[in-house]
Design a binder for this molecule. Sequence first.
Ligand code: NAD
Length: 270
Amino acid sequence: MPTDSASTSLDRRVAIVTGAGSGIGREIALMMAASGAAVAALDIDGQAALQTAALIGDAGGRALGLRADVSQEADIDEAVGTAVATLGPLDIMVNNAGILDGYLDVHEMDPAVWRRVIDIDLTSVFLGCRRALREMLPRGRGRIINMASVAGLNGTGGGVAYIAAKHGVIGLTRQMAVVYGNRGITVNAVCPGVIPTGLRHHSQELLGPGLPDFARRGVAVNDDQVRALVPAGVRGSVQDIAASVCFLAGDGAGYINGHSLVVDGGWRAR
Ligand code: NAD
């Protein structure tokens, strides 16, 4: 990746964003496209992925919406292949898709839920990185950005599967940065704090019946809890997170590798 300017322009780059059908992923896709990238928006909700691509197209950008369950190797393989064949060689891979686990502790966690959350939140990132490397290693360039969480650094912010998965994402990111740093590829993580999205609702739907109501569980469910937890006193926005991802994908971040960028209004500084 050229590093001759500190610009955040993503002109002529090709990016894939997983979980781009809503929330943080959709905003990353929109912001990258507005910065000049051609974007493949992947989501398990194929209609939502197509809507993101349509929003980009309406704004004059190049985009593709694809259904893919990122926990499935065959889905990732096919979607990345289609994206590259349609948009061009892959420059940026954003492994963003994820779900919550209902804030369950070890003694209440069903092993089947544990496995599904680890599959979607951690194994998917491994699979996305692995497939992206097939495109990036031969070219000797690329940017990989993995969506972790403050829950990847603290023993709070989720239940045990979510926290273990997000800690795993940070470990995976660091190991890859060490291994591929001399091959022109950077691998970084972003750790959002409290961001209003449909995450609780989508996670409950995707995990199916039999789990407690996610809306009532966890940290920062109301404004008083947010004020007590977050020095900024307010929730962050999807734009706050997308801007950090675009920065890590841009030319100005060429010497940043293996970093976990915390975007949390000061939560973790406590
Ligand atoms: P969201 O639910 O709005 O977006 C997540 C998207 O991922 C959804 O469109 C969903 O359909 C998709 N998805 C879920 N499972 C999938 C699968 N198996 N394959 C493909 N797509 C799948 O939630 P969000 O808040 O935008 O979450 C995005 C990422 O940010 C997640 O990794 C989440 O853990 C992380 N995060 C969010 C917050 C927050 O406060 N919202 C905080 C820290 C980290």
